[in-house]
Design a binder for this molecule. Structure first.
Ligand SMILES: Cc1ncc(COP(=O)(O)O)c(C=O)c1O
Length: 362
């Protein structure tokens, strides 16, 4: 089976991790500091703070920005659930904005309709590796005095007008989960150009400790380990190559899949899409429905996945909270039609040819 996702790990990663384990310095230390510095440099930001995962990074971003109970935070209805849950962790209110039919990214016009006097922040997600409309949304934030958080969990190395994602908002939040564009096994990293916010985040990940055993505020232990950072440093060096392979694979699929009723990924101008996922839309005139198509692909040795089968507002937990999916009709429609095909950097030419041939037979 051609897997839908596969971490690309080489001898360098194995060597780096085993050396760190042998050294005995496994907790947060030298490697974490180096990883933070190199990630900040790569992301063109003043500071990076390594954490234990992307979910925690989003939670910390809202805490550092002082989001309080009853504040409202606008975010896309079509994303991984962590994007919304981080708002609930503050006892604040997630407000869902609809998404664009072609890019699946948050719709700036719908954001404007959802702003109230309680709105404090917007979380934009660079979904599937494609940057959202950063300029328009930054403008909305400026005009309404709102914070901007970039959820970059799926977009390491993606660019908007030649500038890296994670460098536009008040805080950027990355996941380093095993199947992301780069990984540290599990892990996360925050980016910011605001040194004060950077300082707050650093306190939050380390028990609010200002000096050894002096704790000035409430904090957690969300520190990355040297083992994760050692892996992350090797992956960061390879990130541009990984992304190039993803982009080449996506180009090959888009140039060669020729079948009616499948809408292939749409790429906006002036951005670098890093294809965390290659997501097609199965239209009503396609020769089979989504369940049948998945079965057909699987029977032919091709893994695929639905990202995501439900808009967040339709998830049971949000239904219990009284959310109505009618508020975001495009997200609801998109969730019924999307399917992700393999695009990861470990694919070989034969895999890509097989995917194209199998689909074009239909
Ligand atoms: C858009 C988005 N946000 C947040 C997260 C959470 O990251 P993590 O799994 O590292 O907690 C993910 C992970 O898949 C994600 O895709």
């Amino acid at each position: 089976m051609i897997p839908i996702a596969k971490p690309t790990i080489g001898e360098e990663e194995v060597g780096a991790v085993s050396e760190i384990i042998k050294s005995g310095n496994m907790a947060s230390g030298k490697q974490v500091k180096k990883f933070e510095e190199e990630f900040a440099e790569y992301s063109e930001v003043k500071e990076s703070i390594a954490t234990v995962n992307g979910t925690v990074s989003l939670d910390l971003a809202l805490k550092a920005l002082n989001i309080k109970p009853d504040d409202e935070v606008i975010l896309p209805d079509f994303s991984f659930i962590a994007t919304a849950n981080c708002v609930l962790f503050q006892n604040a209110k997630p407000v869902f904005a609809d998404v664009d039919k072609k890019t699946f990214n948050i719709d700036a016009e719908d954001i404007k309709k959802k702003i109230t006097p309680n709105t404090k922040a917007i979380i934009g997600v660079h979904l599937f590796g494609q940057p959202f409309e950063i300029e328009k949304i930054k403008e909305i934030c400026k005009n309404n005095d709102l914070y901007l958080i970039e959820d970059c969990a799926q977009a390491h190395g993606a660019e908007y007008k030649n500038k890296k994602v994670g460098s536009f908002g008040d805080i950027g939040c990355f996941s380093l989960y095993a199947t992301k564009n780069m990984t540290s096994g599990e892990g996360g990293i925050l980016t910011t150009n605001n040194k004060v916010l950077g300082g707050k985040l650093r306190l939050l990940i380390n028990h609010g400790q200002t000096e050894k055993y002096l704790h000035s505020e409430l904090g957690y232990n969300y520190r990355m380990t040297n083992i994760q950072a050692g892996l992350g440093l090797c992956q960061l060096k390879k990130l541009d190559d990984f992304n190039k392979k993803r982009i080449d694979n996506a180009c090959y699929l888009s140039e060669n899949i020729k079948v009616s009723g499948l809408t292939l990924p749409y790429i906006k101008r002036n951005i670098k899409h890093v294809f965390h996922q290659y997501v097609v839309r199965i239209e009503d005139n396609f020769c089979m429905n989504r369940v049948e198509f998945i079965k057909y692909l699987n029977e032919n040795g091709i893994g695929c996945a639905i990202h995501y089968p439900l808009p967040i507002s339709k998830q049971p937990i949000y239904q219990k909270l009284g959310y109505s999916p009618q508020d975001c009709p495009v997200a609801a429609e998109v969730a019924e039609k999307v399917l992700s095909l393999p695009v990861h950097p470990s694919l070989i030419k034969e895999d890509l040819k097989h995917i194209v041939k199998t689909i074009n037979k239909l």
